[in-house]
Design a protein around this ligand. Structure first.
Ligand code: FER
Length: 367
């Protein structure tokens, strides 16, 4: 009953914001390269994606962004074209649009494939899933930095990795191919850290709570698992955190709580609810007060903490801007920018990922 109600409400909202069309492309999973890694609990994600619940599929615009590939919103095309001027200068300036050279699949370049695996979460008391992108030439002879990438509401570990419009593999792989960043592992968790397997996300305080529990699952269960199972570089300099919408909100929350763990952070189109508010979906008690929204005194802070949002976001509106204003008023260092013309969509996601990697590249090349 509750699930049906959620679907009906979500259906109305998707229609209301003009994003009811299913724009998700399911990627063909190619032959996985021999990765030399003990990942017997992982499977390629192609088959699993087909089995995703109808609920997840219907709500993909929340989980991983409104499609903006072919069907870019009016006014976006022009900006996209401007971005096709592809020469990249490695400075630390923010660029609103991800250049096409970074979203393109380059001839002869193997980007690797996302695979699915599970880990036991003490926090949730159950086995939980993640998808992971290992570099195509992954080897235990080397160690790699890791990006934890968080999905939007109603999503799961397939949402970000299974949406080809986000261009995750291309952006991450092209930066490495250009020699600007190290090859990087991308982990997409399931951010709904419920202890009760029957619980489902929704727009009410109780249904949202498991998202706020994800900080414990991430830090106490998933990160130690990834660090023991894969050949990863540890430490904040090599540990990145990014998220979209609900994942953007939790990215900010986790970063404020544990700034010493993540060197490079990007919150894209962050959802409301960090501080108390009522939006068109629900009333949020808030994870903290506005006064509390800052790093702890003397805390080790991220090198880069980006907050960004499209200027035409039909779901979270100006909440990300309000986070920027609160952080600024509280003297908390961060980079804020807007993506002109972007909605709650893949343009915003690609932009955030691009700028995160650009900042990483700049820092690593200008020590
Ligand atoms: C809300 C508005 C937006 C909210 C969540 C969202 C839990 C998330 C949207 C998304 O993840 O796409 O009030 O409350």
């Amino acid at each position: 009953m509750k699930r049906r109600l959620i679907m009906v409400i979500a259906g109305i909202m998707l229609l209301a914001c003009g994003c009811g069309k299913d724009t998700k492309e399911v990627e063909t999973v190619q032959e996985q390269n021999d990765t030399n890694v003990a990942v017997e609990n992982t499977t390629e994600i192609g088959a699993d994606i087909e089995e995703k619940s109808e609920n997840t599929e219907d709500l993909s615009a929340f989980a991983s962004g409104i499609g903006s590939g072919e069907e870019a919103a009016e006014g976006v095309g022009e900006a996209e074209e401007q971005a096709s001027d592809t020469s990249v200068t490695l400075d630390n300036e923010i660029e609103e649009r991800c250049p096409i050279t970074y979203t393109s699949t380059r001839n002869g370049l193997d980007y690797g494939e996302f695979t699915h695996g599970t880990y036991y979460s003490e926090t949730c008391g159950m086995e939980r899933g993640y998808t992971i992108l290992l570099p195509a030439d992954y080897t235990t002879d080397r160690q790699y930095p890791v990006l934890y990438l968080l999905h939007g509401i109603f999503g799961d570990e397939y949402s970000m990795s299974g949406d080809a419009n986000n261009k995750i593999k291309e952006i991450v792989g092209n930066f490495a191919a250009d020699g600007l960043t190290e090859e990087t592992i991308v982990v997409c968790p399931n951010m709904y850290a419920a202890t009760d397997p029957e619980m489902k996300p929704g727009f009410d305080a109780a249904s949202v709570l498991p998202y706020d529990n994800f900080i414990n699952d991430l830090i106490n269960d998933l990160m130690p698992f990834i660090e023991s199972e894969y050949s990863v570089l540890t430490g904040r300099e090599n540990t990145y955190l990014a998220g979209f919408s609900m994942g953007g909100r939790e990215t900010i929350y986790i970063t404020l709580q544990r700034p010493e763990l993540f060197g490079y952070v990007c919150a894209i189109s962050a959802a409301p609810g960090i501080v108390p508010t009522t939006d068109k979906f629900m009333t949020h008690d808030g994870q903290m007060t506005e006064e509390e929204m800052h790093f702890a005194e003397g805390a080790v802070e991220p090198e880069v903490f980006i907050i960004c949002c499209g200027t035409r976001d039909s779901v979270v509106g100006t909440y990300p801007k309000s986070y920027h204003e609160i952080l600024e008023a509280n003297g908390t260092d961060h980079i804020w920018y807007e993506i002109t013309g972007a909605d709650h969509d893949n343009n915003a996601i690609r932009s955030g990922l691009y700028n995160l990697f650009k900042q990483i590249a700049y820092d690593k090349n200008n020590p």
